[in-house]
Design a protein around this ligand. Structure first.
Ligand code: HEM
Length: 425
């Protein structure tokens, strides 16, 4: 490999090979064209920011607006942003599409309802859901971990947290399934699913206003800041973004994380040992999840940003109106920031990765994502201790979307549980 001549021109981006392993291309960009102008598959021209220091600066730079109105040719119109749906839909006016002062006001209100305490109290339910899903396939000796586990866990979890009644949650599973397939799925079906979800949430919010409970939607309706409340539309948009931002991301954390562990047997064994009672590396699950986020995180590119005025990022001039995409996956493998960035080290301490973003749009759901990721991986490895990939990793396919990075399927094998037993023998 070392005698291969250095590549002089920019590697081809957004191909299938790139989707399978984008990291060599990102290494090239970091070194040779750290703020790189590219034409996206949709035809939109955008800047890719790949170095850690530039990425961090760009994520916090308020001259880079989240409001797509700053772009002359609104990319949002055709579902190019990774968030499907019509541009003018009220549901699109949410935290990731707005700037201060509206962002500050909405974020403060939602933070009052979506508190770390609420998430911590939810831990037993996440454990219960995790166990139920594993029960569903444990006797089979094989499963598709995306379809059977990583996909349903976050959707049921967020539905429960929001207060969607259990009997309606399978509808959400279907709608979310349609949305996650939007890369290759039928366009009309996605729009219909978004519309159904929107209609359902609007009606649920209306119901909860008259008959509040102890759930997050009731909390969103109740939340007030200096006498201000969310309107019904804002509450619906907020519920939608919590669902949307918290769903595919967590699917990919579980999927990419399990895949990384199964392809790094030493790290996986180390983590498995640390989960046993009296283990010698007790904090490894916590640092390990952060490392899995850094190493192959669910959000490959941060969401769209648009220059509101001419500015410079990493020495590159950017014109007003230009779209800027911060490549979190490239920044988190930057050797200028991380020692041996291409090595998976679950005990990595100096690990301020950008997997949850940075600045005012830093992930609001990080405590829930951590809870779900830690519970899912620890339970899988404890209950199915000989879990292994079924088939050749080279046959695995990654979803081709722009923003998210995740596997389409993750076939695994393990010793089947006998009915009624808790531990695989
Ligand atoms: C491993 C799972 C997750 C990852 C890797 C992740 C990552 C991110 C990232 C990178 C951003 C910033 C995007 C940007 O600045 O362009 C973000 C924002 C956000 N995330 Fe997450 N997320 C995860 C899970 C969740 C969950 C479970 C929820 C909620 C249920 C959630 C809710 C949000 C919201 C509401 C925002 C927008 C915050 C704002 O604009 O102020 N996320 N997330």
């Amino acid at each position: 490999m070392t005698d291969k001549p250095a590549q002089r021109t920019a590697p081809e981006l957004f191909t299938w090979e790139f989707a399978t392993d984008p990291y060599p291309a990102y290494a090239w960009l970091r070194e040779h064209s750290p703020v790189h102008r590219t034409t996206l598959p949709s035809g939109v021209e955008a800047w890719l920011v790949t170095r850690y220091a530039d990425a961090k600066q760009a994520l916090a730079d308020q001259r880079l607006s989240k409001n797509p109105a700053h772009h002359d040719e609104p990319a949002h119109a055709k579902g190019k942003t990774g968030i499907p749906g019509e541009r003018k839909a009220e549901l699109m006016t949410h935290l990731l599409n707005i700037d201060p002062p509206d962002h500050t006001r909405l974020r403060r209100l939602v933070s009052k309802a979506f508190t770390p305490r609420r998430v911590a109290e939810f831990a037993p339910r996440v454990q219960e859901l995790t166990d139920q899903l594993i029960d569903g396939f444990a006797a089979e000796g094989e499963a598709d971990l995306i379809h059977d586990f990583a996909f349903p866990l976050p959707i049921y979890a967020i539905c429960d947290l929001l207060g969607v009644p259990r009997e309606d949650q399978d509808d959400f599973r279907d709608w979310a399934g349609m949305m996650i397939r939007h890369g290759g799925g039928p366009r009309g079906g996605v729009a219909r699913s978004v519309k159904k979800m929107r209609g359902y949430l609007a009606e649920l919010i209306h119901r909860k206003r008259n008959d509040p409970g102890d759930d997050l939607i009731s909390g969103l309706i109740r939340a007030s800041d200096h006498g201000e409340h969310l309107t019904e539309n804002e509450a619906a948009a907020m519920a939608f973004i919590l669902l949307f931002a918290g769903f595919e991301t967590t699917v990919n954390l579980i999927g990419n994380g399990t895949y990384a562990l199964l392809t790094h047997p030493e790290q996986r064994e180390r983590l498995q040992r640390s989960l046993a009672p009296g283990a010698d590396e007790p904090g490894l699950l916590e640092t390990g999840i952060e490392e899995l986020l850094r190493y192959d995180g669910p959000v490959e590119l941060a969401t769209w940003r648009f220059a509101t005025e001419p500015l410079t990022v990493g020495g590159q001039d950017i014109a007003a109106g230009d779209p800027v995409l911060v490549v979190l996956a490239a920044a988190d493998r930057d050797p200028a920031r991380f020692d041996e960035p291409d090595t998976l080290d679950l005990s990595r301490r100096d690990n301020q990765h950008l997997g949850y973003g940075h600045g005012i749009h830093y992930c609001l759901g990080a405590p829930l994502a951590r809870l779900e990721g830690q519970t899912a991986l620890a339970t899988l490895l404890t209950r199915l201790p000989d879990l292994r990939l079924a088939g050749d990793p080279a046959d695995l396919r990654w979803r081709g979307g722009l923003i998210m990075r995740g596997l389409r399927t993750l076939p695994v094998e393990f010793t089947p549980h006998r009915e009624g037993s808790d531990e695989a023998s």
